[in-house]
Write a protein that binds this ligand. Structure first.
Ligand SMILES: CC(=O)N[C@H]1[C@@H](OP(=O)(O)OP(=O)(O)OC[C@H]2O[C@@H](n3ccc(=O)[nH]c3=O)[C@H](O)[C@@H]2O)O[C@H](CO)[C@@H](O)[C@@H]1O
Ligand SMILES: C=C(OP(=O)(O)O)C(=O)O
Length: 429
């Protein structure tokens, strides 16, 4: 199993290219199931989750090519991939594929919309909470689907096709909003989704679906209206920049001090997080084609944050911000409101010398003078990168174990950090 070894103490200086967003690429790839034509996606990141989804889509009959080549080569970021689902050969998404990644469950929407039937294993994904699928079930039922749960599978049938309806999400869900938009695009009549998620990845999916011939309005607001169409066509779409990767590297610079330009991203995708960073003492400014983050060495200001659906502070940056606050000059409070078990990084940060106490969904982080290197274990995707951020500022050497979590969502992390002066190396095996 690969590990990452980090010798802390260097500042970060230079340029980091930001990849296409994992959380946009995954639903966009799934949208390829909605048409027998080719969907071409540009700026697709090279990540374990993307490769896994390619396998899952292949099981349903989706063929792909990467700029004319197959995928089994070490490709760098920004790939263009063509996906074609000429025919759906299997409407079952089996346990062994779906259990590895939460987003793969989302194939339920397109399979049902195109084929009138889908059998999808209950999903897996990061162990950050119970992560039920009740909103998907209720939402798809509202579109006329019959749903049974059999032996760990959701069996969904809409024999006469999906029928548009009004559905009010009782809770904001990114995944359920993606699925309902995809399903409703091929339903008969109008669907109105209320209390929809407003994340930039929702807007990106809606733009791609519209380019394929869908009629979606309001994506990015809490009311999304979809006029169903009989069929969708192919399209070409560029995956939006990864706002979580952007925020992660911005926090790494704030942690170590230095001056880094994050290239190919857009600060408007993560306003709230960048505001928190500025409050903490980093200087964030627009740069040609990206953003620039600077910080003079020294302690950070303590800042309280609470995770919220977009446009609030993203839960996917909570662990990284906590790592940053371990070096503040006071006490900060970090409240997690989205997932009930997303504090697995706390005990690992403690191995590096962090002082954090938990009370329910709130972490109290008392900044310390110094962190010291240690062996630590990645427990989930964003938790693992929070350990990297802490290790960059720790004295001595840190080894992060189980970095397969990291590979799900960070493309060429060692390379990007090393290019800016960090001492980071991957140890294979
Ligand atoms: C691949 C991807 O894009 N993953 C992101 C997506 O996950 P994901 O789409 O799984 O997250 P959701 O927005 O659905 O989850 C938000 C909350 O709603 C709950 N819920 C969700 C569905 C449901 O049927 N019932 C229910 O109770 C969840 O348990 C959670 O407490 O949004 C999360 C919240 O921004 C991010 O942390 C993930 O990185
Ligand atoms: C939690 C995440 O991913 P997933 O929803 O795929 O588990 C994430 O991207 O931080």
């Amino acid at each position: 199993m690969d590990r990452i070894r980090i010798r802390g103490g260097s500042t970060l200086n230079g340029t980091i290219p930001i990849s296409g967003a994992k959380n946009a690429a995954l639903p966009l790839m799934i949208a390829a199931l909605l048409t027998d034509d080719t969907l071409t996606l540009e700026n697709v990141p090279h990540l374990a989750d993307v490769e896994q989804l390619i396998r899952i889509l292949g099981n349903h009959g989706v063929d792909y090519s990467v700029d004319g080549k197959r995928l089994n080569q070490r490709a760098s970021g920004g790939r263009t991939i063509h996906f074609t689902a000429r025919a759906i050969v299997d409407t079952t998404a089996p346990y062994d594929l779906v259990s590895k990644m939460r987003a793969s469950f989302w194939v339920i929407g397109p399979l049902l919309a195109r084929m009138g039937v889908a059998k999808v294993s209950l999903p897996g994904g990061c162990a950050i909470g119970t992560r039920p699928v009740d909103l998907f079930i209720e939402g798809l039922k509202a579109l006329g689907t019959e749903i049974d749960i059999e032996n760990g599978y959701i069996v969904a049938k809409a024999k006469d096709g999906l029928i548009g309806n009004r559905y009010v999400f009782p809770k904001v869900s990114v995944g359920a909003t993606h699925v309902m938009m995809m399903a409703a695009s091929l339903a008969k009549g109008e669907t109105v989704l209320e209390n929809a998620a407003r994340e930039p990845e929702i807007v990106d999916l809606a733009a791609c679906l519209n380019a394929m011939g869908a009629r979606i309005e309001g994506a990015g607001s809490s009311t999304v209206t979809i006029q169903g169409v009989p069929a969708l066509a192919g399209a070409r779409h560029r995956v939006l920049p990864d706002r979580i990767e952007t925020g992660t590297y911005a926090m790494a610079v704030a942690m170590t001090g230095g001056d880094v330009t994050l290239q190919g991203t857009d600060g408007r995708l993560l306003d709230t997080a960048l505001r928190a960073l500025t409050e903490a003492g980093a200087e964030v400014s627009e740069a040609e084609g990206g953003i620039r983050v600077r910080r003079a060495p020294g302690r950070l200001n303590p800042v309280n944050v609470e995770t919220q659906p977009f446009p609030g502070f993203p839960t996917d940056l909570q662990a990284q911000f906590m790592a940053l606050m371990t070096r503040s000059s006071g006490v900060s409070q970090i409240t997690e409101t989205i997932f009930e078990n997303r504090f697995m990084h706390v005990q690992e940060l403690a191995r590096l010398g962090a002082r954090i106490s938990l009370s329910g969904q709130m972490a109290r982080v008392e900044g310390v003078e110094k962190l010291a290197g240690a062996d630590v274990m990645a427990t989930d995707l964003r938790a693992s990168v929070s350990l990297v951020i802490a290790a960059l500022a720790a004295e001595g050497e840190t080894t992060v174990h189980r970095v397969y979590h990291l590979d799900r969502g960070f493309e060429r992390l060692e390379e990007k950090l090393t290019a800016c002066g960090a001492d980071v190396e991957r140890i294979s095996g």
